[in-house]
Structure formats: C-alpha cells, structure tokens
Design a protein around this ligand. Sequence first.
Ligand code: PEP
Ligand code: MG
Length: 551
Amino acid sequence: MSELLGTGVGRGVAHGPVLRMADPLGEPSTAPLEGSADDAKQAVHDALAVVADDLNKRGQLAGGDAQAVLEAQALMAQDPTLLDDVHARIDGGTNPERAVFEAFGQFRDLLVGMGGYMGERAADLDDVAQRIVAKLRGVPAPGVPESDTPFVLVARDLAPADTALLDLDKVLALVTRDGGPTSHTAILARAKGITAIVGVTGADALVDGTHVVVDAAAGTVVTDPSAELVADVDQRIAERLAAAAAPLTAGALADGHTVPLLANLGSPADAAGAVALGAEGVGLFRTEFLFLDAPQAPTVEQQTESYRQLLEAFPGKKVVVRALDAGADKPLPFLTDKDEENPALGRRGLRALRNKEQVLRDQLTALAQADAATEADLWVMAPMVADAEETEYFVGLARELGIRTAGVMAEVPSLALMAEQVFANADFVSIGTNDLTQYTMAADRMLGTVASYQDPWHPAVLRLVAQLGAAGADAGKAVGICGEAAADPLLAVVLVGLGATTLSMTPAALADVRAELGKHTLDQAREMAKAALAASTAAAAKTAAAAAHAA
Ligand code: PEP
Ligand code: MG
C-alpha cells in the first residue's frame, strides 16, 4: 500500500481499477509529406469518417444536450471547406497530421475572432482536430476513456465539458493532478456528486489497472489497498447509500432543533433537482451565472422572467437571491474593470454594483416584480460587503425598490468584525465561507499552490463565524451559511454550534449533512464548536470537534 495526497472534493469514498485519460497530443511535426498525396488524403478521409462515427455514437448513448453537442462536433469533422483546405495543404507537400492541425487551427482562429457563440465553439473544434490527429497517429484519442466496467478516472485535469459528460455508472471516482478545491473540475464534480480528489501529487505515476481507494474526506489515494481497508470502504459506501435513501426529512439536530437545509443554485433549471433531493428552499441563488456571457446588462424584463421561474419552483419557501457578484473569477463585461492587478481585492461584488448603480437598481426592481407575481418568500442579499456603511447603503436601496427582506453576505473579515453594527440594518447575514476563508487567510482561492490555506476549519475563520453567530442571536436575526463549508457534514454541525441558523449547499451534499445533523444535539454541537475554536490549526480543529462528541 502507498498513499498519495490531494484535496478531496465532497465526502465520497470509492475503490476500483485506475484508467488514465490520455494526455493531450503534442503538436504534429512539420516534416514534409512522405509517400503519395492521394494515400495521405485517403488516410485523412478514413480518420475523419471514424471520428465522426464515434462522435455520433457517443451522442446517441449520452442523449439530451450532450447528443446535440457531439453531433455538432461530428459535422465539424466532415465540413467540406475544412476538408478542401486539408487537401490543398497535402498537395502543397504538408504531411497529413500537420495539414489537419493547420487547417483546423486556421478555422479555429476565425471562430475566436467572431467571438460570442461562434468563439465558444473553438474548444469543440480543437477537440475534433485532436481526435483526427490521434487516429492518424494510431494512438488513443485524448478525452475520457471508454470501458465496459467501472473505473477510477485519473487525468492531469478535465475540461468542464468532460466533467459534465462523465458517465456516473462507469466513473467510480476522479483523481486529477492539477486543480484546487474551487477549480471548475472540483465545482462540477461536487455538483454531480462524484467522489473526487484534485491536485494529487504523484497522480502521473498511477498506471492503468492499479487498484486504488479514493477517499475524498481524507484527501488520499491509496494504491494496492489491504483487504481490511477495502472492507472498511465498502462499509462506508453502504452507509452513504443508506443516507441517500433515507427519507427527505427537514434538517434537524438529534434533539429536534431545526436547521433548514437549503440549496445553492445557479439556474432556475436546477430547482427541480434540488427539490427532489429535499432542499427546503434556496440559500444562495448566484444570479451572475445567468449573465456570464452577456455583453450588456440584462434588461429588467429578462431578469424578471428568470427570477419568476426560480421563485415558482418554491411556493411558500424561502429563496435567497444574491445580487450580481461580478469580478475576480466571474468577470461580467458590463460591470467589471478589466485591468485590475488583484481583481479579488478589486471592485467586485457590491463595489462594482455601487459603481454602476443603475444595474443594481434594475436587478432589485426585477426581483421585486418577480416576488409580487409569485408565492415564494424572497430574501435578497449583496456579495462582498465590507462594513456597516455598505450594508446600510444596500439594504436602504433594496427597501426603496420594494424588497421586503434584505441582507448581506459575510465574506470579508471586516464585515464579521463589525457584526453588531451590520445587524442594526441587515435583516439577515449569510456567511460565504469560500471568500471568508480566502480573505481571512490571504490566499487566492483559485491558486493551487496555496490551496492548503483554503480550509474553512481554520480556527481564525471559525472565530469570525462565532462572532457573527453571537451578534445574530443578540439581534434575533438569521445567520445562514452558503459557502462550501456547509457541505462538509461534521463542519456543518460545528457551524450550527457557532450560531448558524440555516445551511445552504450544493444539493448533492444534502443527504450526508442531513444524516450527520441527526447524530448530535445542540448542546453537543456547541461543545464541538468550543473545542474547534480552541485549536491552533485547521487539522487540529477538525480532530478536536470529532473527539468532543463522537457520534
Ligand atoms: C462564498 O464566497 O462562500 C460564496 C458562497 O460565494 P461564491 O462561492 O459564489 O464566491
Ligand atoms: Mg463569494
């Protein structure tokens, strides 16, 4: 047995044989054509046909949106203009691999130049070109390998499209060499409920067929595990399946103290899935995800329609919508400054909205209109709020424009330190532990080299949560958690012990958190929180909390 370390995503555990994803192909050589041009053209023709056929077949298997994407790719592989270009290059003495690479590359640049929807197809075209070159070269195509039996997928990193298309019946777990806890791979893996570990040092050395245990909670990949370890893992898998199959009861501690379990969503289309997993409402609706591609600010009408769809999915339930959180890793062309050196510390979130107040006014107006037309209990909050003055500004504007319940996110330590003054105006506070950790620890959450700092178990982060919890209780107001920390079952209990009144998470995490809450009373949760607060490091806080009340 040997152990590799990385950053676990979610709580899953799995074991099975490794299957590696082929690495991207190197650029084809510029060596001149050998042999006849006709033979080379025939080879390209055959490769194109196989690739197109393969894409169509994969599309039929996947169905839905994926089928449309893959069939469009198959058409690209057979585009006559591109084929003419490849032929012309071969006639000019270029070898077939290079001819495909150059012809597709030129077309790709054209698409990128067009921007918008066409520009976004460039990555699909690159993928097709890689597949054709692989066929000509006689090596496996890059991308997720195919297998009749389940496997642990090992890759350098996955493109978001690869992650989104993963077949959950086949992929037992995902191990990547690159990526941090908040990389796209990690976010999509969490949303799909895939057991995953990213940023694994030594992942490159894992070879096909090796039996591994992937333990996301521990952040470890164990090769050639002992029979005892495998038995233990099977037991844990059975427990998780039982939690997933348990009745969708309302979130509550063992003594009946209720803790509503809410969903983090980025699109109204995800609402039904969240309800099916027992979400009692929405604790964070990330509105900026609706407009990431929009060159201009969306109109009031467009927005009202989206918010109406969302609210209609939750009649009588609480839905917390966040005002546009533009900036840093989520730039919106109509809100963000392009040339900031440190965008995470720049004019993002409420700062960007205040700078373009009409965008904020339109959004709040659209939200108030959607609220008036539906039965949900709408709450609205601002992101990246620094202090009580900014809170007063946002809450005042929201009330002026017809929002009944207005609050702020606690993501910047200064806001937590001013908690009492903040609650004087805000109806509620929701703690964004992702950014609160990033700013408390001064470590970029997107940067793999400092990923170990991005740990919300750090007692410094927990102390800020405790301060917010106490101020919320004094004011008699709600303190939600909507960062990834709420999806860690043990930490979720600690957060309740620190004063959190609701927990919001990716819907795939609801079952595990619901099960863990039911194992502890409020007094025990408070003991666990006290033990974690007294620790010196994130790891010690976790150990201390677990020891304070072993369920
Ligand atoms: C957070 O920062 O914890 C949060 C919930 O917001 P986001 O992840 O969208 O920045
Ligand atoms: Mg945030």
